[in-house]
Design a protein around this ligand. Structure first.
Ligand SMILES: Cc1cc2nc3c(=O)[nH]c(=O)nc-3n(C[C@H](O)[C@H](O)[C@H](O)COP(=O)(O)O)c2cc1C
Length: 332
């Protein structure tokens, strides 16, 4: 794959994998707001796919494309199995998590601790590539613990690229494996975007997507600036999109040259209602869907009333779509 040169790289705007947040309801809603943003699932543990109920973890709505499955694991056979399933289910990409610092994940030997074992990651990537024709990509950090030496991440990328991975999503912070919670690990280690630029410069044949702290459009546009010496193929954005999902309506116009006018907030909810009704009929709780809407009116008058109405247990407990119309009436 060689997307970097193209103004329309499919990775130009990716919505980050976020455990407990980017579930299928969230992704369906995000897709209503942008046709082109690339969506990622929450991390699914490869052993769970190997031993458990794959459909429960993998089912998604066809509207969600383009969609990548993110997996966590370090057993090549299990990851190969996950890659076969990802292709069978129709995912557009399978991404291996080498960036999660949580202790639980470390106990299973996956996530950021894998950056210390580039040879093992390369074996896993080889096994996954042999098992599928869809792209196999890796998401990682720029270092672990107190290793801030550029050679560490450069050699990690070099080794994994030799196994055939050519797309790297780089969270531009170190992961601190002991002593910081996952949340602190997204805030305390300093962002060093220059490391990702240097990787792009040193590996011009590879595609790098920058992740971490991207929360305004000037930032996105300067990172993707084609006139800079090493333009990046894309950005991956997590918390900004989740907390302010309406920014997704800007993606197609700003980054994919689409000129249709963006959906209104109300229009987005109205478009989501048939999906919510279908899910309610399948006994999905209303709360599981409305929780992803809470930031939609961020910065708008009466946003707090909208949020409160959709966060009140007695409202949500009714499992009735009328609650959504009531919330909408509070913001008109
Ligand atoms: C609630 C939450 C859950 C996350 N879960 C995952 C995950 O499953 N896999 C992963 O690679 N990163 C996960 N992350 C990290 C994000 O993908 C991203 O790397 C991080 O939030 C930095 O990007 P941001 O500054 O744009 O939010 C999670 C982040 C949050 C906030």
């Amino acid at each position: 794959m060689m997307f970097r040169q193209s103004a329309l790289s499919p990775f130009r705007f990716c919505v980050a994998p976020m455990l407990d947040w980017t579930d299928r309801h969230c992704r369906y809603f995000h897709r209503l707001l942008s046709k082109h943003a690339r969506l990622y699932t929450e991390m699914v543990a490869a052993p769970a796919l190997f031993h458990g109920d794959a459909a429960r973890h993998l089912d998604f709505d066809a509207a969600e494309h383009p969609l990548a499955l993110q997996v966590g694991g370090s057993d090549a056979a299990q990851l190969a199995h996950a890659a076969r399933l990802a292709e069978r289910w129709g995912y557009d990409e399978i991404n291996l998590n080498c960036g999660c610092p949580s202790e639980r994940v470390q106990h299973s030997s996956f996530g950021a601790c894998l950056m210390k074992e580039p040879g093992l990651v390369a074996q896993c990537v080889t096994a996954m590539r042999c098992a599928t024709t869809i792209p196999v990509t890796v998401k990682h950090r720029i270092g672990v613990d107190d290793i801030t030496d550029y050679a560490f991440v450069r050699d990690f990328v070099g080794t994994v690229a030799n196994a055939g991975c050519d797309v790297f999503i780089v969270h531009a912070r170190n992961a601190i494996l002991a002593g910081l919670s996952p949340k602190e690990n997204r805030e305390i280690p300093p962002l060093r975007y220059e490391v990702v630029r240097r990787l792009q410069n040193d590996f011009p044949e590879l595609t790098f997507i920058l992740n971490g702290g991207v929360d305004h459009w000037t930032n996105v546009e300067s990172l993707l600036d084609n006139d800079s010496p090493s333009p990046l193929a894309g950005v991956m954005v997590g918390r900004w999109t989740y907390h302010q999902p309406y920014i997704l309506t800007e993606v197609d116009r700003r980054l994919f040259n689409v000129s249709t006018s963006p959906m209104t907030r109300r229009g987005a909810i109205e478009a989501f209602i048939p999906y919510m009704q279908k899910m309610l009929r399948q006994n999905v709780a209303l709360r599981s869907m409305t929780r992803h809407l809470l930031g939609l009116y961020h910065g708008q008058p009466r946003a707090r009333l909208f949020r409160q109405h959709l966060s009140t247990a007695s409202n949500l407990g009714r499992n009735d779509i009328g609650v959504i119309y009531e919330a909408l009436n509070l913001v008109v």
